[in-house]
Design a protein around this ligand. Structure first.
Ligand code: HEC
Ligand code: HEC
Ligand code: HEC
Ligand code: HEC
Length: 426
């Protein structure tokens, strides 16, 4: 009797283990394990060819061509000029290309088309500009090294056929995630991080961070550099730029205030890196490429857009709150940020005007003028860091509000210094 019992218990145990194993497989199966990998040629850039082997990923990738607004009213893929809502942009970027054309971003398949069409490019635009727009960067960098950065963009454009495609993030032969942008790899190396040794989780943010980050071109060779040596906060990067790295001193000189200005470029990776999500180990792909299911197969959505278009898949894997609560929470944060961003931008516009007037005053004090120009440069860097970032503060609300608060204070100090310079308050 006893031995029969033991056998029964053992059998039951085995069945239980099998059932648990099966459940684990169904619920926690990582998509990677279920896909049959194929090895594609190193220079296969056409997503349609990849799509034959990975139809679910490809179908969702094609949705990147859809242009729908976001339910928050801030993000979304509709190409519209930012200056409609924030006309101060026209004053603050006066004298440089972003006052001519500065539109909201849209899906990855449009990256090359939008580069070719933007009114910001001209005969002197360097080839460096294609770094984040095409997977063909790999071939061009392999052949020419950083030499490509100096070649006029108009010479390179005819060679470029493929925008941000599968090969931008995946090694065609192994399907592993990979990073192509040498500027990102070098910036991390200077911070003591070897991308080759990154964990899978880190790669789920690194593939995005290689493009969604602040950079500048070195004046001589136009090499792309990420200004991360002192840290990823706006204060750290400002300190870095104040050292005039490789002689880089400004992106342009403002025609009214004569201040030597910096232009910030989409620091999504930097801002989010100290936010609560990144600090809790949440990767870009967790929200922007959530898991979906199709006939029991779990795969990553390759529709890389505002997560607010699919809150259920993007947020409710971790959050138990309702969709409506999450949407309102994001919107409230963004409304607060927009209000301060707008105020900061408008105050900076007034500062440029005040400094411009002071510069024309007959007995303007050069010291006060220099001080006012330095203040508006810093104020605008803080404002632009947030305005150029793509989440309207969501990626890191408290750092965002702190940065905008400092920007507003600095802009007022700039106005006061300009008034002192012109004698208005002497
Ligand atoms: C916790 C979820 C979450 C994480 C993690 C996250 N994002 Fe976002 N992201 C959002 C939300 C929410 C928005 C705001 C979308 C809106 O306004 O519709 C957003 C907006 C954006 C946008 C603008 C989208 C648009 O529609 O214009 C970009 C680009 C972006 N994120 C890139 C990144 C990158 C790169 C990372 C990683 C460095 C990242 N995000 C990490 C949730 C996240
Ligand atoms: C912007 C970067 C990016 C692009 C472009 C991209 N992928 Fe991915 N892909 C990812 C990330 C991130 C994952 C998740 C990998 C992980 O967690 O290990 C992934 C996962 C996958 C997987 C593993 C299974 C899954 O669904 O998670 C396949 C297969 C895949 N991608 C195919 C493609 C194909 C085909 C294309 C082009 C049509 C493509 N990818 C374009 C970033 C990208
Ligand atoms: C090779 C560079 C590159 C890589 C890699 C890349 N992006 Fe982008 N991303 C861009 C560019 C450039 C645009 C703007 C395209 C346009 O407006 O023409 C963009 C646009 C976006 C948008 C806006 C889409 C919309 O619907 O408005 C989101 C969101 C986004 N990227 C998130 C990500 C995330 C998340 C990753 C990583 C999984 C990633 N990107 C990887 C360069 C890149
Ligand atoms: C992989 C898990 C994960 C995902 C996916 C995720 N979150 Fe979170 N979220 C967290 C964690 C962890 C925190 C930290 C606080 C906590 O433990 O609840 C947090 C905090 C928050 C907070 C409060 C802090 C703040 O920064 O305002 C909000 C709001 C929030 N998440 C919204 C969202 C939204 C919206 C999405 C989808 C776009 C999302 N989260 C996706 C894990 C996640």
């Amino acid at each position: 009797m006893k031995s029969k019992n033991i056998i029964l218990k053992a059998l039951l145990g085995i069945v239980l283990i099998l059932v648990i194993g099966l459940l684990l497989r169904v619920f926690f199966l990582t998509p990677d394990d279920s896909v049959k990998r194929v090895s594609l040629p190193e220079t296969e850039y056409d997503p349609a060819v990849w799509g034959k082997h990975y139809p679910l990923e490809y179908q969702s990738y094609l949705k990147n061509k859809e242009m729908a607004p976001s339910p928050t009213g801030f993000g979304g893929s509709v190409k519209e000029q930012k200056s409609v809502k924030e006309p101060e942009i026209l004053t603050n970027f006066k004298g440089m290309a972003f006052s001519k054309d500065y539109s909201e971003d849209r899906g990855h398949p449009y990256a090359l088309e939008d580069l070719k069409e933007t009114r910001r490019i001209g005969p002197t635009t360097p080839g460096a500009c294609m770094t984040c727009k095409t997977a063909q960067l790999r071939d061009i960098y392999k052949e020419k090294g950083w030499g490509y950065a100096k070649i006029p963009l108009t010479e390179l454009l005819p060679l470029l056929k493929h925008p941000i495609v599968c090969a931008s993030c995946h090694d065609p032969q192994t399907m592993q995630l990979r990073v192509l942008n040498p500027a990102f790899i070098e910036a991390l190396a200077r911070r003591g991080i070897d991308v080759q040794k990154a964990s899978r989780k880190e790669m789920r943010s690194y593939v995005c961070g290689q493009c969604h980050a602040e950079y500048y071109f070195e004046p001589e060779g136009k090499r792309v550099v990420f200004p991360w040596d002192k840290g990823l906060k706006p204060q750290d990067m400002y300190a870095y730029y104040q050292d005039r790295p490789a002689g880089f001193d400004m992106d342009w000189q403002h025609p009214d205030s004569q201040a030597r200005m910096l232009k910030a470029q989409h620091p999504d990776f930097e801002l989010s890196s100290s936010g609560v999500h990144a600090q809790s180990g949440v990767a870009c792909a967790d929200c922007h490429m959530p898991y979906l299911r199709d006939n029991g197969r779990k795969y990553s959505s390759h529709w890389v857009t505002s997560p607010m278009k699919h809150i259920q898949a993007s947020c409710r894997t971790c959050h138990t709150q309702s969709e409506a609560w999450l949407r309102d929470r994001v919107k409230t944060t963004q409304n607060h940020v927009f209000q301060l961003q707008h105020t900061a931008g408008q105050t900076i516009a007034r500062a440029h005007e005040a400094i411009g007037r002071a510069g024309k005053a007959p007995k303007a004090s050069p010291d006060d003028l220099a001080r006012a120009r330095e203040l508006v440069r810093r104020a605008q860097w803080y404002w632009d860091f947030i305005a150029a970032e793509n989440s309207m503060g969501f990626h890191n609300p408290d750092q965002t509000l702190n940065t905008l608060g400092q920007s507003i204070d600095l802009a007022h100090q700039a106005i006061a210094a300009a008034d002192r310079a012109s004698g208005a308050t002497r």
